[in-house]
Design a binder for this molecule. Structure first.
Ligand code: 5AD
Ligand code: SF4
Length: 522
């Protein structure tokens, strides 16, 4: 059967889609590039903002028309939107055959199979089978259940390691925790992805090793609050003698130094283990960091281990204490700044990125000005800036009316983007004159004019097109260890392609707001 799979949203979803592709591929499903060639259409959805949901819904509408016109298709909604919308989605969109939440993806082959068999058997009759796998309340109840029964681990463990599984075979994601226990008031993730579950370190190290054996040179560890990773040995259920995933230890583990400590693998330990035990890995990165609980041990590991990238994506979300408190972020602006100061003291060549929400309920002009000031003060290389989007099921939607008009949100969004642009330009300018290793990943044509030539691959950073220098010919594009984007001129498209997947030394010569340019000196 031919399958079309489209992914919306975050890196966690990209990894989920890769795993789904591997799992269905190993069962003989064939993936196609175009939706009109497929018999099974899967949309791996995101619920973090309404816009992402609307995009997925428009696909659902189009498939509905095709089905009404008589095409025999299986339509599956995967991911956070399936989990959040649940059976309401089936009521409102009868063309949907499968709903599969992000914590249930291991069940997808069975769901497709059931629908397929029901369609075969019931052709022409009224009866209709739909496949539903949602975690529902269980997604949080897992906190008290044995996470060892978590079938999802088998999905991570059964991943296809061959380079064909990934668009950029040199780069791979590895999940270290699932779910989130933070309950920021605006966020659906704790409800859609469930409680925080930590994977056993041996599984993670082994996965990294196998990816590197299969050609990966860069691995990005994924977790909603990645630095909260902590695995306590000897207490978890073991399956067949192997350690199993474990629910999060609770925040006390990060605060109470006097508590008796069982043998644990902390996030810093995990970074060191991967670094030392997988020597072929050239870049080890991680996202997303929670700005609180970022201990000196992690900074020390980053300082000591040269192949750990000194890059932190640690969202501030707001520069106002009042807004941060209503968001339930659990830190103040001063604490965030203290964390940034500590980071740069330990790692002067680090880079910092983040996320910010504008127009959170009750955000005054003064609150917003404080956020602008934070973005001016701190060396953010980039910030993803979002307009607040009230999400059903979250605390904020019940507690705080969405009282900032959309045009104010839009104005704040644009104002902050302009400020971020100045900050980014400052951060980038500091790198001019240095030599840095760059991992190349794409090629693009440049017109002599400063506007991109038609057919140019649009490169987006923080939602904004990269402003480009006026260089004719071809450019190879890559990233520094600190995730700064670098362009170097190359003689031809082929020459640029040949560089993709390799790390080369670049002398940085000039900086724009979101891009560095330089010369390959190797
Ligand atoms: N509205 C706007 N932005 C949101 N984010 C999460 N939930 C919302 C929401 N309801 C943003 C946060 C988070 C990023 C992944 O998405 O900034 O860090
Ligand atoms: Fe959402 Fe907050 Fe968890 Fe991030 S830390 S996933 S914003 S609840």
């Amino acid at each position: 059967m031919r399958v079309y799979l489209e992914t919306f949203g975050c890196q966690m979803n990209e990894l989920d889609s890769e795993l789904v592709r591997g799992q269905l591929g190993s069962l003989g499903y064939q993936f196609v590039e175009r939706d009109d060639e497929a018999q099974v259409l899967l949309y791996n959805t995101c619920s973090v903002r309404e816009l992402a949901e609307q995009k997925a819904l428009s696909r659902v509408g189009i498939v509905g028309v095709r089905k009404r016109e008589g095409e025999r298709l299986i339509l599956g909604i995967l991911g956070c939107m399936a989990e959040r919308d649940g059976l309401d989605m089936l009521r409102r969109h009868p063309q949907v055959d499968i709903l599969c939440g992000p914590a249930e993806l291991d069940k997808l082959p069975q769901l497709i199979d059931n629908v397929r068999r029901a369609q075969d058997a019931e052709r022409g009759e009224l009866a209709r089978e739909r496949g539903v796998a949602l975690a529902g309340n269980r997604s949080r109840r897992t906190a008290t259940l044995s996470a060892a029964e978590d079938g999802l681990e088998s999905l991570d463990l059964s991943r296809a390691f061959d380079a064909d599984a990934r668009e950029q075979p040199w780069s791979a994601y590895v999940r270290i925790t699932r779910g989130c226990n933070k309950f920021c008031t605006y966020c659906v993730v704790p409800y859609t992805r469930g409680a925080e579950v930590h994977r056993p370190p041996d599984h993670i190290v082994e996965e990294c090793r196998r990816l590197v054996d299969a050609g990966a040179i860069e691995i990005t560890l994924l977790g909603q609050t990645v630095n909260h990773y902590r695995y306590t040995h000897g207490t978890a259920v073991t399956v067949g003698g192997r350690e199993a995933p474990q629910v999060g230890p609770g925040l006390r583990a990060f605060r109470d130094d006097s508590a008796p400590i069982a043998r644990t693998t902390t996030f810093a330990d995990l970074l060191r283990r991967i670094h030392d035990e997988v020597p072929g890995l050239q870049r080890l990165r991680f996202v997303t960091s929670y700005p609180r609980d970022f201990g000196p041990d992690v900074l020390a590991a980053m300082r000591d281990a040269p192949r750990i990238c000194r890059y932190l994506h640690a969202p501030a979300q707001s520069g106002s204490d009042a807004v941060l408190a209503r968001m339930n972020r659990g830190y103040t602006v001063a604490e965030y700044e203290e964390f940034v100061a500590r980071t740069f003291e330990a790692l002067p060549d680090a880079t910092l990125a983040g996320d910010i929400i504008v127009g959170f309920p009750g955000e005054t002009d003064e609150d917003f000005e404080r956020t602008c000031s934070l973005v001016r003060r701190l060396p953010f290389k980039n910030n993803f800036i979002f307009k607040y989007s009230p999400r059903p099921g979250t605390t904020a939607i019940d507690r705080y009316p969405d009282d900032i008009p959309d045009e104010v949100k839009r104005w704040r969004n644009n104002t902050l983007l302009a400020i971020q642009s100045e900050t980014s330009a400052r951060v980038h300018a500091q790198w001019v004159g240095k030599r840095v290793p760059v991992l190349f990943d794409s090629v693009r044509a440049r017109a002599a004019a400063s506007r991109p030539a038609s057919g140019t691959v649009a490169l987006r950073v923080g939602g904004e097109p990269v402003d480009a220098p006026s260089v004719a010919g071809w450019q190879a594009i890559g990233r520094t260890a600190g995730d700064l984007i670098v362009a170097v001129p190359v003689a031809s498209e082929e020459a640029g392609r040949a560089m993709c997947g390799s790390i080369r030394e670049v002398a940085l010569e000039s900086a724009q707001a979101l891009l560095l340019t330089g010369k390959n000196v190797q």
